[in-house]
Design a protein around this ligand. Sequence first.
Ligand code: AMP
Ligand code: MG
Length: 410
Amino acid sequence: MKSVEQHVSDILATVSSPRPIELDLLRAHGSVLAEQVVAEVSLPPFDNSAMDGYAVRSADVAGASTGEPVLLPVVADIPAGDTFTSVIPAGMCARIMTGAPMPVGADSVVPVEWTDGGAATVAVRRPAAEGNAVRREGGDVRKGTEVLSAGVRIGPAEIAVLASVGRRSALVHPRPRVVVLGTGAELVEPGRRLGPGQIWDSNSFMLTAAAIEAGCEGYRHGFVGDDPATVLGAIEDVLVQADIVITSGGVSMGAYDVVKEVLLRMGTVRFDKVAVQPGMPQGHGTVGDSRTPIITLPGNPVSSYVSFHLFVLPALRKLSGLPEEPLPSVRARLLTPVASSPRGKRSYLRAVLDYDASGGDVAYTASVVTRQGSHQLSALAETNALVVVPEQETHLPEGSVVEVVKLPYR
Ligand code: AMP
Ligand code: MG
C-alpha cells in the first residue's frame, strides 16, 4: 500500500497552476497574487491633517492656555480634496479638515477640541507641538517599496492596499474551476422522493462546497449512474469548464466500480490502495487533450470528506498558486481512548478539538466521536478535527498525546 505522503506527491506531480491573468480589483478577490506590487507614489501622497482643526505655526501657539488663549485670524478654509495650495502667514491660521492638504507655512494642527471653534478668529487654548496631528507624505508607504508580495491570497485587506496604491487590476492566478461529479446508480437528487434501494446524493454537494470554501470556483455537475458510457461521457462533458475534476464513488473492488473501469482503460489515471482509513481506494491522473487533472475519491461520504482534505486540498492549493503547506495540526491530549485502528494504515478519526485553558504543556484536548463508520456522515457535522492515529498504532489509551488536524472553517 502507498503512503499518504506518496499519494499527495503523486497528485501534485499531475497539477500545475494555470497561467496568470490580469483581473479587475473585485474580480481578483479570492485569487492569489502572481506579481509583486510596488507603490508608484508615496502614501499619503502629500502632508495632510489627521484631525479636524486649525493648521498653525506651532511657535504661534506655544504659549496658549485655557486662561490665556492665543487668538489667531482664520485666513483660509481647507476641506479634504482641496486643490488650492494655501499659504499661512505668521500669526494666522487656516481651518482644516481631516485628510486635507497642509497649507504652506503651517507645521502643526490644533484639534478643534482645543479651541473655541471660531470661524473668523479662533481662540487656541492649548499649544500644539510641531507635527501635531500631521500625517506626513510617505508616512504609510514610501514610493518604490513593495506593498504586496506574489503568492498572497487577495482578501479585503489586499484589495484595499491595491486600490490605495492606485491599482485598478492585478495579475493573479485565476481561481481554479473545480468540477464535481458523483457516481452511483442508487443516487437521487435531494428534494426528490426516494425509491427502494436509493439514497440522496450528498457527496457532490459536499465536495463542491468544500472546493468553494477552499477559494476555488466549484461547479457541481451532479451525478451519473453506473453505466460506463454515461460516466465517460460526463467526464468528457465537464472537461471544457474544469481545471480539475473530482469524482466520488466507483473506485473500489466491486463489480460496478465504473469510474475505475472506464478510466483504467484510458491509461492516464492510476488507482492505488493508500494506507489510510477511511479512504483507502484512490485514483488520480489526467484526462482529455489538455491533460486535465482528475482525482477520483471513494463514495462513502466520510471517506470522500476525509480524502478531500488529505488529497484534494493540496492539489487545489497548487492550482491556486499557493505554496505547498501541510494541513494545520496541533498536539492534543485524548479525552477518549481509541479502541482500535488498523495496523499498517494511518487513521483519521473524526473528533472534537477544544482549547484547554488550564495551561498544561499540551494546549488542546480531543475527543473522538462515536460513529466512526465511513457511512456515518451525521457525525461529521459534530466535529472540527481529525485525530491522527499513526500506522503502527492499533489502539491509544485515554490521555495519549496525538497529532490532530484542524479542519478548516470549523
Ligand atoms: P462506491 O464507492 O461507489 O462503492 O460507494 C460507496 C458507498 O458510498 C455506497 O454505500 C454508496 O451508496 C455511497 N455513495 C456513493 N456516492 C455517494 C454520494 N454521491 N452521496 C452519498 N453517498 C454516496
Ligand atoms: Mg458506487
